[in-house]
Structure formats: structure tokens, C-alpha cells
Design a protein around this ligand. Structure first.
Ligand code: PRP
Length: 184
């Protein structure tokens, strides 16, 4: 895809594949003998989830949740709205929340509180990307793919205005593309 909005590539397809394989192996080891429920947070995490789940070799199921945070395109406010809830109860289940990115941490903070109140047997987080510099609440996922600098990223599920999720790598968004739609 030739597009001026696509800036520097931060994680190449082969690095993504290698790390997803490692995470799958680690999760399989940690959850050996347990029944795992993956919770995919739509939409961004769907590509990561699909690849990760195929690298997990313990029995596992998947459910989906969609949330939206109020705020601008680049800054979440911490107020989260559930757009789609899980299909099934998670009481007593071994839950692993799969996220594409932890930025301020506010979405995850909300999810941990909301899902924690449903009494799962255990609850951990696997995030492909994390931006520690941006954190507004104290939390660190148990499993992390890559720590990235404080840049707006697109690709491998991550969007800008719903585009670029289909890029096979993670790239920085060219800052000119962000200023171009100020006021949208
Ligand atoms: C992204 C991402 C996380 C959240 C992280 O979702 O998937 O859920 O933002 O930001 P935070 O740590 O600052 O709360 P987004 O709202 O962009 O939705 P999408 O996955 O559907 O693109």
C-alpha cells in the first residue's frame, strides 16, 4: 500500500510472527492443564488474537467485547462505554484479555474492574503493544509483545479513522496525516 500517511515501520511482519509465536508458547506453558478463555477486545486486537490463538496449544475458547472510550481520536478520557458485551458468563473461568495496545491504560483499567466483578477464577492481560510513557494508571500486562515509543501507530489491527488495520506491519502514522484531519 503506497500512502503518505504510513510513516516509519516500527515492527516488521517477521518480528510480529516471531513474538506471537513466543507469546503463544509462554501462554501454553503457563496455562497447561487449565481451560483458557481468551477475551478479544474489538476491533484492534482481532488480528493479534487470530494469530496468537493458533499458537496456543492448550484447550481454549474465545469471546469478544467491544468498548469505546469517550475522548478525541488520540486521547481517551477514561470513560468507557460497552458497545458489545461478552456472549457468556466468565464466573470461575481462567480469563486472558487480549488487547492490541495499552496506551494510557484507562480502557484496560476499566475492563479489569468490570470483568473482575464477574468473578473469574483468574484474569491476566496479553497486549501486543504498550506505550509505558503514556500511562495514566498503574498497570502492567502479564504478557507484552513490544514496548513502543509515544507515537500514533497503525497496522496489524490498529487504525487511524478506521483505516490501515490491514497493514501487515506496525508503523507510525505520519504526523502530517494527524494534523490534516484536526477538527474532524
Ligand atoms: C484502542 C486499544 C485499546 C485502547 C487503548 O482501542 O484497542 O482498547 O485504545 O487506549 P488506552 O490505554 O489509552 O485506554 P480503540 O478505542 O482505538 O478502538 P479499536 O480497537 O476499535 O480501534
Amino acid at each position: 500500500m503506497r500512502d503518505d500517511a504510513v510513516g516509519e515501520i516500527l515492527v516488521q511482519p517477521d518480528e510480529l510472527a516471531r513474538r506471537v509465536r513466543e507469546l503463544g508458547a509462554q501462554i501454553s506453558e503457563d496455562y497447561a492443564g487449565r481451560d483458557l478463555l481468551l477475551i478479544c477486545v474489538l476491533k484492534g486486537a482481532m488480528f493479534f488474537l487470530a494469530d496468537l490463538m493458533r499458537r496456543i496449544d492448550v484447550p481454549c475458547e474465545v469471546d469478544f467485547m467491544a468498548v469505546a472510550s469517550y475522548g478525541s481520536a488520540t486521547d481517551s478520557s477514561g470513560v468507557v462505554r460497552i458497545l458489545k458485551d461478552l456472549d457468556a458468563a466468565i464466573e470461575g473461568r481462567e480469563v486472558l484479555i487480549v488487547e492490541d495496545i495499552v496506551d494510557s491504560g484507562l480502557t484496560l483499567h476499566y475492563l479489569l474492574r468490570n470483568l473482575g466483578a464477574r468473578n473469574p477464577a483468574s484474569m491476566e492481560v496479553c497486549a501486543l503493544l504498550t506505550k509505558p510513557e503514556r500511562r495514566k494508571v498503574e498497570l502492567e500486562p502479564r504478557y507484552v509483545g513490544f514496548e513502543i515509543p509515544n507515537r500514533f501507530v497503525i497496522g496489524y489491527g490498529l487504525d487511524h479513522a478506521e483505516r490501515y488495520r490491514n497493514l501487515p506491519f506496525v508503523a507510525a502514522l505520519n504526523p502530517a496525516a494527524l494534523t490534516a484531519d484536526k477538527g474532524d
